[in-house]
Each structure stands twice: as structure tokens, then as C-alpha cells.
Design a protein around this ligand. Structure first.
Ligand code: PXP
Length: 251
């Protein structure tokens, strides 16, 4: 399906929300997130991630429909665990849904989903999606308790929130990397796939990509920002190269 098809390759999913943010800032039809997604796929991405927020601040319903039609690789629909979003996902049939916490006032997704606190309501929504043939990834903090709860309610994948890792430096960052490494190992033992996302940049992706259990990265803000300087195709190729280099080096 994609050029990242060797057994050790890591999947790169580009989050194209901020192309829609720029479009919506002027109320124009451009730049088009669907066209951006096509460029990303042609430049080495394995999938596209888009977050349909309750307030539709960037991606809109029509974008979701068109992404489903145009994306040849994996289409990962990020959304809150609400009845409205579950109905949209079941109608659209993305390749995977990532459930995230959502607060109207936040700038971006802050923190992971509280799977333990989500209880029976969250479990029911995961079950509805899985019954409809849509696998579910849960965006959680790198916490063993949240991971075990995710496995217990039928998630196919977890995506560990790397925002804290991205914000730290030095010894504190090394400690957070160890915490992420240890939950990644446990995730594989539990039979789930491992994704990472949030705050990932060209500067910090290498150490995360060396974790052997990681199957996929979801990268948005920094990559779309880098595209201003490198072009969108150039930015995707740079991240693709950084992932492949980290996985192929023994260092
Ligand atoms: N993964 C999830 C679940 C997210 O909510 C986001 C932010 O939309 C990302 C990855 C991408 O994070 P960033 O934009 O910081 O690269």
C-alpha cells in the first residue's frame, strides 16, 4: 500500500488539521486539506489523520467525506467519544477512529483520554464502532492503568500522548522516554498496536522512533509548520527520512 512496507518500517500519519485552520481563517476554499492529504500520501506518508472537532474549528464534515473518498492509504478519523461523532464515523467508515478527550476552550488536545473514568459509556461507544467494522485507537497518557483499561474495553491500538516528552528537556525528558518505552513494551504484551502523537518535531522524533514497538506516528503542527520552509512534500519526506534513519541505525 505504501512505501513504508518493510517489517521494521514505522508508519507516518500526517495530521492535516492546520491546513484547514489556515483555510478557515479567511473563509476561502483554499488551502484545501484534501489536496494537502493527496500531496502527503504521494510524498511518503502512510496515512492521514484529521480531527473533526465538535466546534468544527478546522476540519469540517465535508472534508471528512472527501478524505474518505480520496485517501488511498489509512484514513484515521480523530474525534471525541460522543454519540454524534460515533454516528458520523459509522456512516463514513474511516480505516480507524482515534478517540480523544475534547474541551471547547482548549487550543489542541490536552492530556489523554480517561479510559478508566469513561466507564460503561465509553465501552459502549467503542463496542458500537468495532461492531460496525471500525477499529478503535484510544489516545491516552503513557500510563499502565489507562493502557490496561484500554485493552479491557476492546481497543485495537493505543496512541500515547507525547506532549509531556516534547515539553521536557535533559534528564527529565530521558525519564519520560523510559516511561513511554515501558508502556510500549506492555502494549505489545497485551496484543495492541502502539502509536505515538503530540508535540513531535524533527528534533525530537528520532529517540521515539527507536522504540521498537512503535507502529505509527501522528504528526501535525510541527510538520505543517515545517512545510512553510520545506514545502509540504519536502516536510513529509524529511519526517519519513527521520523515522527510517532512526529505525535503521543501531545507535
Ligand atoms: N495525535 C492526537 C490524538 C492529537 O490529538 C494530535 C493533535 O491534534 C496529534 C496527534 C498531533 O499533534 P501535533 O499537532 O502536536 O503534532
Amino acid at each position: 500500500m505504501s512505501h513504508a512496507s518493510s517489517p521494521s518500517a514505522i508508519r507516518l500519519h500526517v495530521n492535516i488539521d492546520h491546513v484547514a485552520t489556515v483555510r478557515n481563517a479567511r473563509g476561502t476554499a483554499y488551502p484545501c486539506p484534501v489536496e494537502a492529504a493527496v500531496v502527503c500520501m504521494a510524498s511518503g506518508a502512510d496515512g492521514i489523520t484529521a480531527h473533526l472537532r465538535e466546534d468544527r474549528r478546522h476540519i469540517r464534515d465535508e472534508d471528512v467525506r472527501r478524505l474518505r473518498e480520496r485517501i488511498s492509504g489509512t484514513f484515521n478519523l480523530e474525534m471525541a467519544a460522543t454519540d454524534e461523532m460515533v454516528a458520523i464515523a459509522i456512516a463514513t467508515k474511516p480505516d480507524i477512529v482515534t478517540l480523544v478527550p475534547e474541551r471547547r476552550e482548549e487550543r489542541t488536545t490536552e492530556g489523554g483520554l480517561d479510559v478508566i473514568g469513561g466507564g460503561a459509556a465509553l465501552r459502549a461507544r467503542v463496542e458500537s464502532l468495532v461492531r460496525a467494522g471500525v477499529p478503535v485507537s484510544l489516545f491516552i497518557a503513557p500510563s499502565e492503568d489507562q493502557l490496561r483499561a484500554s485493552a479491557a474495553i476492546g481497543a485495537t491500538q493505543v496512541e500515547f500522548h507525547t506532549g509531556e516528552y516534547a515539553n521536557l528537556t535533559g534528564a527529565a525528558q530521558a525519564l519520560e522516554l523510559q516511561r513511554i518505552a515501558s508502556v510500549c513494551t506492555l502494549t505489545k504484551t497485551l496484543g495492541l498496536q502502539v502509536a505515538l502523537g503530540h508535540g513531535i518535531t524533527l528534533a525530537n522524533v528520532g529517540a521515539l522512533a527507536k522504540l521498537p514497538e512503535v507502529h505509527e506516528f501522528n504528526i501535525g503542527h510541527a510538520l505543517i509548520g515545517d512545510a512553510i520552509f520545506l514545502s509540504l512534500a519536502g516536510a513529509v519526506r524529511s519526517y519519513r527520512g527521520a523515522l527510517d534513519a532512526a529505525r535503521s541505525s543501531d545507535a
